[in-house]
Design a protein around this ligand. Sequence first.
Ligand code: HEC
Length: 410
Amino acid sequence: MIQTCTQQDGAWGNLVQTGVRICLAGILTSAVAASALAGDAERQQAKRIHDRLTGVAPTEAVLDAMEQSIIDNSGSGVAAAELAMDPAQNPLALNFYNVTLKNFASPWTNEDQSVFVPLNDYSATVIGMIRDDKRFDQVLSGDILYKGAPGLAGVAPYSPANNDHYQDLEDLHYDLSDPTVLQENVQSSLNGIPANATAGVITSRAAAEAFFVAGTNRAMFRFTLINHLCTDLEPLKDITRPPDRIRQDVSRSPGGDSRIFLNSCVGCHSGMDPMVQAFAYYNYDETSGRLVYTPGSVQPKYLINSDNFKYGYVTPDDHWDNYWRSGQNANLGWGPEIPAAQRVGAKTLGQELAGSEAFARCQGIKVYRTVCLSDPSETDLTSLLSASGFETNYNMKDLFANAAAACMSN
Ligand code: HEC
């Protein structure tokens, strides 16, 4: 009776008295069950959003508020997620900044991609930029660096020559969600390089120590691609690009076989070397422990092993070009072309990379992985980017909120 009961049976049915009563009871029972289930679902969703953004369970009060937010927003969890990340509304929001975001950014700051590294100027800047809703497409080009406020008890003053300041902030558990603790600064006023030579986290001390150390500065390019365009070089290999900017250190006949050069080495070096030229004036000095910038003077590492191929490219300055705007790598979705006269140095290369579709997609992928604990499908990614408006506002917090909401049911 209860199972076959329909609204018509209950409301307008012409059944015998007892049948009607049983039927009404059936409707009532299932209505109560449905609403209990709905409430339950929203509470579960709220809890999942909070757990994944902060790594901890919410307080009862915050869980209530988040659940209500999902109900009030017709099942959308975006506002609930924003609430979870807001220290003014959630006493546990600090975990999003101190733990989740620190773990999010730390692997980008070292070659091993380890999450187990101390806080540094790179990770602190990512945390601060996200906290303060800075446009994240500035992360590879801005004259910006976050550090602790002056005079925090027990914290060594900021130094461009060591990581003590950031290590102390972490060891003493200073709260990075607190704007009186972690503060935005003009990078060039701290590390002593000219404003136009700053390039966001690329010119952070941590990145310099990891990627400008020794070598040929190609590592900075490779790891920026891995961390911010979500691709290593292998998939980008394109042997159809002109080899005219490949440096002298790359042999044109490795092992005596020029076919290897033409079929392999060219694939990466023809596109990579003209972009790495942007870093021609940078180095990391292991003795002083700091980023070095020598405007007008190409670093010796650009000119080493010149006998490998005498007729190779001799780097004269820091003018870069992007040969991957044509050919298969046009599908990275480059933004408007930067005029040739401005294609000098790390700042404009950072703009070139961050202006690509691949950069925006990569932030979406990384955020989705962090909060949804799996890779997004193409459909997940497309709807995440459009729902959050990331490619217009470059707001990472919105990206986190939309990702957390997208997977709140599973
Ligand atoms: C998949 C992309 C890729 C291919 C293919 C490739 N390279 Fe490289 N090459 C790199 C990257 C990336 C670096 C920078 C490595 C680093 O410093 O971490 C590099 C660095 C170098 C260096 C400088 C090494 C140093 O002292 O730091 C030389 C020389 C070189 N490559 C030669 C070659 C030759 C010769 C070939 C072909 C046999 C080749 N490469 C193929 C990506 C590639």
